[in-house]
Design a protein around this ligand. Structure first.
Ligand code: ARG
Length: 459
């Protein structure tokens, strides 16, 4: 088969070289974006008087036949035609004859591929934001039901202070909110058209770049043709934003896994999001959460790959850039899949309120309450810390908790302690009293939920 660029060649590469060179195996993912880019380009060429109207008409009708065939999966892509751009041009010429060869007037595959990537990512980012919103909604739904469910709060994975379970869940809402903001902000840089930059230097044809950008729904055009064809920052940025989001999901996964263990039993994941063991009949494994945690590795990998591909590339286009695609496609696929799983998993998980209540009643996470109690009665906090530390040690030695200490032992430690201490030591009181802004106090948590609901509604 002769190459579309074969003019100056007297010998064609062997098939195995073609295989190595080709990107059609994966860039066929861009078929719709490539056809849309061509439609806009040829329409603009007609409007600018560069092509005859009859030629534009023929090309547009050829492109629409290709669109239909692409949707039905009827395009016989070939490795000899290297990539999606050359394959489609080849099909177009087959479809409408030599006039199809006029489509590439004033264009290069370099601005073409960049345009495809911008179009592709723009749409995916919008879809990803929707999927993050669905996870946030699931978090808000669960949190709304558990404002007054008291759970142990941890630092160093050691019991620290009791918190509202909703408060813990809502921390993830705000992480995801920052992810949404980052993706939305990145649209400013994705929503820019490289089309018309040509190979690197622009073109001698009197094209109208703003018009083709407008036809494609882009908000802006690149100012510099060399930057336009060699910029892959928007892909790095996407991979970085995706890494951050899936890192958040991975942390959340870790909690799901811990919480559903026999040791914690804070939640039970729905059967639909769990699997069994082929040998141990009793097992119910949190595979989905584990997979999300595991898939985080490949997304981070794609980010580092892309940065490494770009490092040291001279201007403008270099074939190295063909390596921008697989990692990006895989990241889109992995992140979208993980977000979908997460929304379902959170929505359907069962919170074991009795287990949580049991947990907070059997620990020392109310020790700060006693120290604060003494400090509020005038004892310097450092001294209070010491007094309570000793009482905790007494309890540990006797195998009891602070609430089990008789008042006489408490007053022996400090005469400031009175009968009301037992009320203060209740985990629910510890939560309720933390009404500093953004704290775990019930009113604060309800306030957070209100703000979160408004954000989701606004969206
Ligand atoms: N398949 C190429 C890529 O993905 C398209 C651009 C090729 N341009 C070129 N002059 N070889 O980067």
């Amino acid at each position: 088969m002769s190459k579309l660029w074969g003019g100056r060649f007297s010998q064609s590469p062997e098939e195995w070289v073609d295989e190595f060179n080709a990107s059609i195996g994966f860039d066929q993912n861009l078929v719709m974006e490539d056809l849309e880019g061509s439609e806009a380009h040829v329409t603009m060429l007609g409007e600018c008087g560069i092509l005859e109207h009859s030629e534009v008409k023929q090309i547009l009708s050829g492109l629409s036949v290709l669109k239909e065939k692409a949707q039905k999966g009827e395009l016989p892509y070939s490795v000899q035609n290297e990539d999606i751009h050359l394959n489609l041009e080849h099909f177009l010429i087959q479809e409408i004859g030599q006039v199809g060869g006029k489509l590439h007037t004033g264009r290069s595959r370099n601005d073409q591929v960049a345009t495809d990537m911008h179009l592709y990512l723009k749409n995916r980012v919008i879809e990803i934001v929707e999927l993050i919103r669905a996870v946030q909604e699931a978090v808000v739904k669960q949190a709304g039901e558990h404002v007054e469910t008291i759970a142990p709060g941890y630092t160093h994975l050691q019991r620290a202070q009791p918190v509202s379970f909703a408060h813990h869940l809502m921390a993830y809402f705000w992480m995801l909110e920052r992810d949404v903001q980052r993706f939305q902000d990145s649209l400013k840089r994705i929503d820019v058209s490289p089309l018309g930059a040509g190979a690197l230097a622009g073109t001698t044809f009197p094209i109208n770049r703003k018009r083709s950008a407008e036809l494609l729904g882009f908000s802006d055009i690149y100012e510099n043709s060399m930057d336009a064809v060699s910029d892959r920052d928007f892909i790095v940025e996407f991979l970085s934003n995706a890494s951050m989001t899936i890192m958040h999901l991975s942390r959340f996964s870790e909690e799901m896994i811990i919480w559903s263990s026999q040791e914690f039993q804070f939640i039970e994941l729905a059967d639909a999001f769990s699997t069994g063991s082929s040998i141990m009949p009793q097992k119910k494994n949190p595979d989905m959460a584990e997979l999300v945690r595991g898939k985080t590795g490949r997304v981070f990998g794609h980010l580092v790959s892309m940065l490494t591909v770009l490092k040291g590339l001279p201007l403008a286009y270099n074939k190295d850039m063909q390596e921008d695609k697989e990692g990006m496609f895989d990241t889109v696929h992995t992140l979208m899949g993980s977000l979908k799983i997460f929304a379902g998993m959170i929505n359907t998980m069962k919170v074991k309120t009795d287990q949580l209540a049991k947990a907070v009643n059997e620990d020392f996470s109310n020790a700060t309450e006693l120290a604060d109690y003494l400090a509020s009665k005038g004892m310097p906090f450092r001294e209070a810390h010491e007094v309570v530390g000793k009482l905790v040690l007494t309890c540990i030695n006797q195998g009891i908790y602070l609430k089990d200490l008789p008042l006489s032992e408490m007053t022996a430690a400090s005469f400031l302690i009175e009968e009301d201490i037992y009320h203060v030591l209740e985990p629910a009181q510890a939560v309720k009293r933390r009404e500093s802004e953004g704290g775990t106090g019930f009113e604060q948590v309800k306030n957070q939920l209100k703000k979160a609901e408004a954000i989701i509604k606004d969206h």
